[in-house]
Design a protein around this ligand. Structure first.
Ligand SMILES: [Fe+2]
Length: 183
């Protein structure tokens, strides 16, 4: 389950209903998904999309998403640092950022229009939808592992627009969950 951390308020939210309620105030949908089909670690992208096919179809119908794919990031992924550098400074997109985490963990920082910056640490089973235009940035946790289903309304709309506000530099990309291994 996700963990929401609000550094400026020294507050952490770890209860699923409380997380959904807090994120909903900022227009972010948060759900837990389970599949009736067992998806083995290392399953192919097609197997993952098939296992969650019903849920993906439901989301597509709800949000106008037309395509879904699977992103697979491991510590030895070629070009990983370059890929991460595209997303770890504050930006926004012309379309929703929809991610369902299949494996691993990740950290979304959200800089809302109103209120303090907060972090959503996501893990397997977490679905979140960050609405278009929301200022945010993304980091991996220390194990640098994430596998996620992404949904797109129009893949070209997903280009990051950087704010260059520097706000991101005031927040440590710290994960608190079980996969966090201090170096
Ligand atoms: Fe993004």
């Amino acid at each position: 389950m996700a963990i929401v951390n609000i550094p400026d308020e020294q507050r952490r939210i770890e209860d699923a209903a409380a997380i959904s309620g807090f994120l909903a105030q900022h227009g972010i949908d948060y759900e837990r998904w389970t599949s009736g089909i067992d998806v083995a670690s290392g399953a192919s992208a097609d197997a993952i999309l098939a296992a969650y096919g019903d849920k993906i179809d439901e989301l597509k119908a709800r949000g106008g998403y037309v395509t879904a794919d699977v992103i697979d990031v491991k510590p030895d992924t070629p070009g990983l640092d370059g890929m991460l550098a595209r997303f770890n400074s504050e930006h926004w997109h012309d379309e929703d950022e929809v991610r369902f985490i299949v494996e691993g963990r990740g950290l979304f920082h959200i800089h809302p229009a109103q209120g303090p910056v907060f972090a959503i640490e996501v893990e397997a089973g977490d679905l979140n939808r960050v609405p278009r235009g929301t200022h945010h940035w993304f980091d991996l946790c220390a194990d640098r592992r994430i596998r996620a289903i992404r949904l797109f309304q129009d893949p070209s709309g997903w280009t990051p627009h950087y704010t260059r506000s520097g706000v991101d530099r005031g927040f440590q990309p710290l994960c608190f969950g079980p996969a966090y291994i201090p170096h």
